[in-house]
Design a protein around this ligand. Structure first.
Ligand SMILES: [Zn+2]
Length: 429
């Protein structure tokens, strides 16, 4: 209380001082804790005095003011704090997202360890974000700004939501129109590059890496038109070799909202055409609970993955998968197995599967209709070791001369890119 008096006088003299403002805020926080302490013991009058003291202080953040007012109301009714259960119940019975926001902010202040309150905060933030976007879309910039600001002052929510709200807020402040992928960071991965050409069509003298680069550039341009922040594992204009594992390290470090690896396929059967979409429910970088292994037509418990293992049969250093085989550990080559976690997949795996399905459905409309098209959950390196929602596409067989010439045609490539972008929009809806 002494500090309060000093800093309030200080503020009168030096209203521009950031340091004094900071001290005021810290003091308000201290007074709030004292008030809550008295409140919790049933000393309602002392609590009311503390709360009122805070409300007469200048430059206090909305978050504290809002909490103080809520607690003041309770103290004036001689009510103690709500229990966690009561807060969850209150939130459930409140119909507006803004009302829920207030309830769960108080809940988080009282019970910061509660997972359920955190989940409700996150869910409420998503609701507010959608409301903000709706207003933004209609050109109601001020309402949109209010919603975005409300999200930014919420405690306990994920950085993904905060970053998106922050990006949208800056657009709304500049009176810039809403775009469907604003605030989304999407990482594209043009396959191969440098000394690694990928698949090669010797007859036509074509390299897969160039197909991948061209398609990546078209997808990137279209995503940017929709407001997305597009980043790459390697610039599609830069002919550089990066190993598969190094690519996943780049992805996990940048932590994009979505990752897409772009490839073209090849087959010894020159008549094969078509596209495919790949994803992994097995995400060893996240968790392996519920993971199981299919090997030789049977299912075995998964134990772990060994990154480099000398396979005596295949004579390679592919990763090994350790399975529980007749009560004992046995190492098998990852290429001889399929590892899945479709029983208790991580959230990232569920999202990857969703994105992959949208991609597959959308790409079917890019004239692959008579081809060998498929979607597959399996263990490609860049889909399993990335810790964000991810998929990989093979956008046609360059070993088939007709398909190679078709998918490298600018109009067709543009259409394929368009279908990828439509699937991406659908995914983020
Ligand atoms: Zn490839």
């Amino acid at each position: 209380s002494g500090k309060r008096k000093i800093y309030m006088e200080g503020y009168e003299l030096y209203p521009e001082s950031e340091e004094i403002k900071e001290r005021l805020e810290n003091t308000a926080n201290g007074l709030l804790n004292l008030g809550k302490n008295h409140h919790s013991k049933g000393n309602f009058n002392s609590a009311i005095n503390y709360y009122n003291d805070i409300l007469t202080m200048p430059e206090i953040s909305n978050n504290i003011t809002f909490l103080v007012k809520t607690y003041l109301d309770l103290a004036q009714e001689n009510s103690l704090f709500n229990t966690e259960k009561e807060i969850l119940e209150l939130g459930k019975n409140e119909y507006t997202a803004s009302g829920k926001r207030k309830i769960y902010i108080v809940g988080y202040d009282l019970y910061p360890e509660s997972q359920e309150i955190k989940e409700r905060l996150e869910y409420t933030a998503k609701g507010l974000l959608n409301l903000g976007k709706n207003h933004h879309l209609k050109g109601n910039f001020n309402s949109a700004i209010n919603y975005y600001n409300d999200i930014l002052t919420m405690p306990g929510i994920s950085n993904h939501i905060k970053n998106e709200a922050f990006t949208l807020l800056n657009f709304a402040k500049d009176n810039k129109p809403y775009k469907s992928l604003l605030g989304k960071t999407i990482m594209l991965d043009p396959g191969h590059g440098g000394i690694d050409p990928g698949a090669v069509n010797n007859y036509l003298g074509l390299y897969e890496k160039n197909f991948n680069n061209g398609l990546t550039i078209r997808i990137a341009n279209k995503l940017r038109e929709l407001g997305a922040n597009v980043i790459f594992t390697r610039e599609p204009g830069e002919d550089k070799y990066i190993g598969l594992h190094d690519r996943t390290v780049i992805v996990n470090k940048r932590n994009p909202d979505l990752f897409l690896s772009i490839h073209h396929d090849s087959s010894t059967n020159k008549s094969t055409t078509g596209m495919s979409v790949h994803y992994s429910t097995y995400r060893p970088g996240l968790d392996t609970v519920g993971t199981y292994v299919e090997y030789n037509g049977r299912v075995y418990p998964f134990i772990r993955e060994i990154k480099e293992w000398s396979d005596p049969v295949r004579k390679t250093t592919d990763p090994g998968i350790v399975i529980l085989y007749n009560g004992q550990e046995k190492i098998v080559n990852i290429k001889d197995t399929m590892v899945y976690d479709d029983k208790s997949p991580t959230n990232v795996a569920v999202k990857s599967e969703k994105f992959a399905n949208y991609l597959f459905k959308s790409l079917l409309e890019a004239d692959y209709k008579n081809g060998y098209n498929y979607i597959k959950d399996h263990n490609l390196h860049v889909t399993r070791w990335t810790n964000v929602p991810s998929a990989l596409i093979e956008a046609g067989y360059i070993s088939n001369n007709n398909e190679a010439l078709r998918v490298i045609n600018p109009n067709v490539q543009d259409k394929i890119a368009q279908k990828v972008v439509e699937a991406t929009k659908e995914y983020f809806k």
